[in-house]
Design a protein. Sequence first.
Length: 385
Amino acid sequence: MTVQTMRNLDRFVGVPCCWILAVVLRLLPPNKTGHSATEVHNILVVKFFGLGSIILSTAALSMLKKRFPQAMITFLSFESNRELLERIPLVDNVVTIGTSTLPTFASDLFSLVRKLSHAKYEVAFDFEFFSKFSTMIVGLSRARSRVGFALPALWRSRLLTHQVSLVKGLHVKEAFCSQVQALLGDASVEEIVPPNIFQQDSASLDRKMPSREGSIITVNVNAGVTFIERRWAPYRFAELIEELSREGNFFFVLTGTMPERAYVQKVIETTSNPERCWNAAGLLSLPELGALLQRSTLVISNDSGPLHLAAALGAPTIGLFGPESPEFYGPIGSSAFSLYNKIPCSPCMNVYSAKSFRCPYNAQCMKSIQVGDVKLMIEEVLAVA
């Protein structure tokens, strides 16, 4: 299924399903979990979209582990996120739903409902921003405490026991942590925990990567399919690679997904030295990508998941922002920096509209970022890295 298909299902089918579920749950006897209000053995966390969001949620997971060290944390997401979740040390159990086809989704959902009826979660968190589907899942868990972001809608309030305001000026990491604080009180916010990258991941990367000379600069020219206005112009990426090639001995690895491979190749072909570039789009597993980012001298990326992965792994990182504000969604790390020209109409990416807004100004926010601006920031980043 495409992202748009999932959005349409959530929008048009989600609300009546939430109402029906709310009525059913009121008729059912309470789900007896734990012997006291403070006893927690099983925790469910739901987050379907966003590799970067999952990474940023690890601070909240760390808070839960610190407060409930013996509890099992089950993370529910889409199958495409399994590789990442299985590498996060805070996650004890990964449950996924496939989205490749509607029958696959329906089959996995049926299996999930059966699992939820037996799991006996005491606490469930909905880390999606305003999804009906994720709220339904949290409701179906019948956990004693069900936490999510607040909306002035009865379909959501009837399925949650705790609602937390989403403040746009607050970073997403802090927003996830605020859900945990709603349950635990004034628990201190923890740091982001990176996924595990092992030696075998680096060895696997070496078997795929061509022989090269020079330091690696990883360039992520893509931004996913949900909001393509986040892309910096491909000709500017090519120009930046040209200028950096003249100033140092670098090997450029350009990343992306398999459907983006042709787009990435066009960027490489625009440069005058494609032999110093490798199109890795669609060729790397997530652990191999992590190994690449760890050994990179520098990572330059649009606002997307690999940006947050690089920052979490400690790579010197520059994120290019326009439709979204780094104040809300910027990378977090000791060597992570953001470049953002706040023009009057930015930010326009809105979680309330599932990031479905289409820019009428041809992404002027991204066009305002010049190659010279990026080069100046590169000098600053490499000076402190």
